[in-house]
Design a protein around this ligand. Structure first.
Ligand SMILES: Cc1cc2nc3c(=O)[nH]c(=O)nc-3n(C[C@H](O)[C@H](O)[C@H](O)COP(=O)(O)OP(=O)(O)OC[C@H]3O[C@@H](n4cnc5c(N)ncnc54)[C@H](O)[C@@H]3O)c2cc1C
Length: 548
C-alpha cells in the first residue's frame, strides 16, 4: 500500500496550494485527482484572487486595513459570516501571498482599478486594489504536464484579465506579433496561469499528481483519519496518510441529490467541470463532520452555448448582461433586477418566490439585446461582424421576439419602452443599474465611467434573446473547519488527521457574499495554505491541542 505523510485530494487551487505548503514543511505529499487532467475549476477560471490588505497595494498607493475589510465583509454578512473565519481570512491572506511569492512560481499583480463587488458598502473599495491575478505563465515549463491541465470553454487564452476589456486593457488588444511570440512557449493567462504556476510549484517539490484516482472514503483507526480508499482505473486502492488527509475536492454542484438536499433555491447550469459531485462532502459526513454554509453557492447566471466539437457548454453571463443595449426579462416579459450587479448577488433574483402563485418568478429569464449590441460585442465565440447564429433567437420586432421566446408581447414592449425612456433620462429608477462603480466597470469602458457604460437603448432591430439560467461557479458549503483548517466534528472538536479547504469546506469567511473579483480563489488558497501547513504538523498538533 502507498504511504505518504499527507494525502491531498483534488488538484484545484485549494488542493495544490495545500500540497505545496505541506511539502515545504518537509512532509511527503501524495496528491490525487479524480479526473484525467489537473487544475479543477481553478484552471477554467479567470484566475482572479481577492486578498484584501495584500502586499501589492502599498506600491500602488492604495490604503487598506484589516478593520476596513472586516467592516466591509460584516456589512454583507446577513448573519452568515463566521467571525473566526473572516478574521483568519483577513490575517492569513496577506501572509499567504507573501509566502507563495517567495517560495513558489505563483506571483501576483494587482488588477488596477477593479472595484470590489459591493464597493459602496462601508469598507468597500470602489477603485479596487484587493483583486489580483497571475502574470502569463509559459506552459513549456511544465514539460509533459502542459497537456494535462484542464481547459474550460471560456477562459483559456494567452491574455491576462488586464489585457481584456474587463481589465481595462488596450482597446485594440495585443499586437499580433506579441501574440505570436506568446505561442513559442505556450504562455497562458487567467486561470491557466494560476493552475500552471501551482502545478509547477508542486512538481518543483516532487509532488507529482496522480490522476484518474477518485477518492471514495476515509480510513479511520482509533478515531483518527489514517488514509483514503480510492477507485482508480485499475480498481480500488488504499493509500495511507501518516499525518493527515486534506479534502479539497471542490463543491457538490454536479450532484442532483445533494443540490436538492442543501441549496437554498434552484440551480440549473453549473459552469464548473463535472467532476465536482460532492465526493468530499460524503466522505466527511461519514466520519461525523459538522457542516456549514450548505445552502450557498457562488451563484452566477449562465447560458448554454454550442461548442466547436458539437457539444454544449455553460457560458458565464457577466459582462454579457451588463453591457449597454441589453436587458434581462423574466417569463412575464418584465425586468426583475439590476442586471449590472455581481453574478453572485444576482443569484438571489433567480430565487425570488411569488407566494401567491408559488413559483420562482424569475427562474425563466432572457437576455434581450439589439443589433447595436450584437455588432459591438457578439456573444461567446461569435463575433458581431458576422450574422448571429441560429441558437440565438432573433426577430424583426419585439412582438415577434416575444412570440418566439414565449413571453407576453405587450409586456415586453412596455418593458423596453420604459427602459429606453429611462436610458434617455440617464438613469434606471426601477433597479438602479449604473449607480454602483461595479455596474459601470462591467459595462463598456468606451462609454466612460458614468451610467452610459451600462445603460443603452434597445432601439436598433433586429432584436435577439438568449435564455439565462441560474448557474454557479461552485457550491461553498461543506465541512466546518477551524482556523487551522482542521475539520470539526458535530461537537466542534477537530477530527484528528482531517483537514479541508476550498469549495469542499464551509466557506464561512464569505457566507452568502462574494467580496470582489477573486472572492472564491482567495479563501480557497488561504485555507489550502493553512491546511498544508498544519496537516504537516500532525499528529503533534492534535496532541498539543489535547493538552498532552
Ligand atoms: C468560468 C469560471 C470562471 C471563474 N473565475 C474565477 C475567478 O476569476 N476568481 C475566483 O475567485 N473564482 C473564479 N471561479 C470560481 C473558482 O474557480 C472556484 O471556486 C475554485 O477554483 C474552487 O477551488 P477548489 O480548489 O475548492 O475546487 P476545484 O478547483 O473545483 O478543484 C476540485 C478538484 O477536486 C477534484 N475532485 C473531485 N472529486 C474528487 C475525488 N473524489 N477524488 C479526487 N479528486 C476529486 C476535481 O476534479 C477538481 O480537480 C470561476 C469559475 C468558473 C467556472
Amino acid at each position: 500500500m502507498d504511504e505518504f505523510d499527507v494525502v491531498v485530494l483534488g488538484t484545484g487551487a485549494a488542493g495544490m496550494t495545500a500540497a505545496i505548503r505541506a511539502a515545504a514543511e518537509g512532509a511527503s505529499v501524495g496528491l490525487f485527482e479524480k479526473s484525467d487532467q489537473v487544475g479543477g475549476t481553478a484552471a477554467w477560471s479567470g484566475g482572479m484572487v481577492w486578498i484584501p490588505n495584500n502586499p501589492h497595494q502599498a506600491g500602488q498607493g492604495i490604503s487598506d486595513s484589516p478593520a476596513e475589510v472586516l467592516t466591509y465583509l460584516h456589512s454583507l454578512s446577513l448573519g452568515t459570516i463566521d467571525d473566526d473565519a473572516v478574521q483568519t481570512f483577513v490575517e492569513v491572506g496577506p501572509e499567504m501571498v507573501r509566502w507563495m511569492e517567495a517560495n513558489t512560481p505563483v506571483q501576483f499583480t494587482l488588477l488596477a482599478g477593479f472595484p470590489d463587488y459591493h464597493p459602496e458598502n462601508p469598507g468597500g473599495k470602489p477603485n479596487g486594489g484587493r483583486s489580483m491575478e497571475c502574470p502569463l505563465f509559459p506552459f513549456a515549463d511544465l514539460g509533459e504536464w502542459a497537456d494535462r491541465v484542464t481547459k474550460g470553454p471560456q477562459l483559456s487564452g494567452a491574455l491576462t484579465i488586464q489585457e481584456t476589456p474587463l481589465g481595462r486593457g488596450a482597446p485594440n488588444g495585443i499586437p499580433a506579433a506579441e501574440l505570436e511570440k506568446r505561442k513559442v512557449r505556450d504562455e497562458r493567462g487567467t486561470g491557466q496561469a494560476l493552475a500552471g504556476r501551482l502545478l509547477k510549484g508542486c512538481l518543483d517539490r516532487g509532488v507529482v499528481p496522480r490522476t484518474g484516482m477518485r477518492a471514495r472514503s476515509l480510513l479511520v483507526e482509533d478515531g483518527r483519519v489514517v488514509g483514503v480508499r480510492f477507485e482508480g482505473a485499475d480498481g480500488p486502492a488504499e493509500v495511507r496518510a501518516r499525518r493527515a488527509v486534506v479534502i479539497a475536492t471542490g463543491g457538490f454542484e454536479w450532484d442532483a441529490d445533494l443540490v436538492r438536499a442543501f441549496l437554498r433555491g434552484p440551480l440549473s447550469r453549473p459552469a464548473s467541470p463535472p467532476y465536482n459531485t460532492g465526493d468530499g462532502l460524503r466522505m466527511v459526513m461519514r466520519v461525523g463532520a459538522a457542516l456549514g454554509n450548505m445552502r450557498e453557492a457562488w451563484w452566477a447566471p449562465t447560458t448554454t452555448v454550442p461548442t466547436p466539437d458539437g457539444g454544449s457548454a455553460a457560458w458565464l453571463m457577466n459582462g454579457e448582461r451588463t453591457r449597454p443595449h441589453s436587458i434581462m426579462v423574466n417569463g412575464d416579459g418584465k425586468r426583475f433586477a439590476n442586471e449590472g450587479v455581481n453574478y453572485n448577488a444576482f443569484g438571489a433574483a433567480f430565487h425570488a418566490l411569488d407566494v401567491t402563485s408559488f413559483r420562482y418568478v424569475n427562474e425563466t429569464a432572457w437576455l434581450v439585446f439589439d443589433q447595436q449590441y450584437w455588432t459591438d460585442y457578439g456573444l461567446a465565440y461569435w463575433r458581431g461582424s458576422e450574422p448571429a447564429p441560429e441558437w440565438i433567437t432573433q426577430a424583426g420586432s419585439l412582438a415577434e421576439l416575444a412570440g418566439k421566446i414565449g413571453v407576453p408581447a405587450q409586456a415586453l414592449e412596455a418593458t423596453v419602452a420604459r427602459w429606453n425612456k429611462n436610458v434617455a433620462d440617464g438613469h434606471d429608477p426601477d433597479f438602479g443599474r449604473g449607480t454602483s462603480a461595479v455596474d459601470k466597470w462591467w459595462g463598456d469602458p468606451r462609454y466612460g465611467d458614468g451610467p452610459a457604460a451600462t445603460l443603452g437603448p434597445l432601439d436598433s432591430p433586429p432584436l435577439y434573446a438568449v435564455q439565462v439560467y441560474c448557474g454557479t461557479l461552485g457550491t461553498k458549503g461543506g465541512a466546518r473547519t477551524n482556523t487551522h483548517a482542521q475539520v470539526l466534528d458535530v461537537d466542534g472538536e477537530p477530527i484528528p488527521g482531517l483537514f479541508a479547504a476550498g469549495n469542499a469546506s464551509a466557506v464561512t469567511a464569505m457566507g452568502m457574499t462574494y467580496g470582489g473579483a477573486g472572492g472564491t480563489l482567495g479563501p480557497a488558497m488561504v485555507w489550502g495554505y493553512l491546511a498544508g501547513q498544519f496537516a504537516a504538523q500532525e499528529p503533534a498538533l492534535a496532541r498539543a491541542q489535547a493538552g498532552e
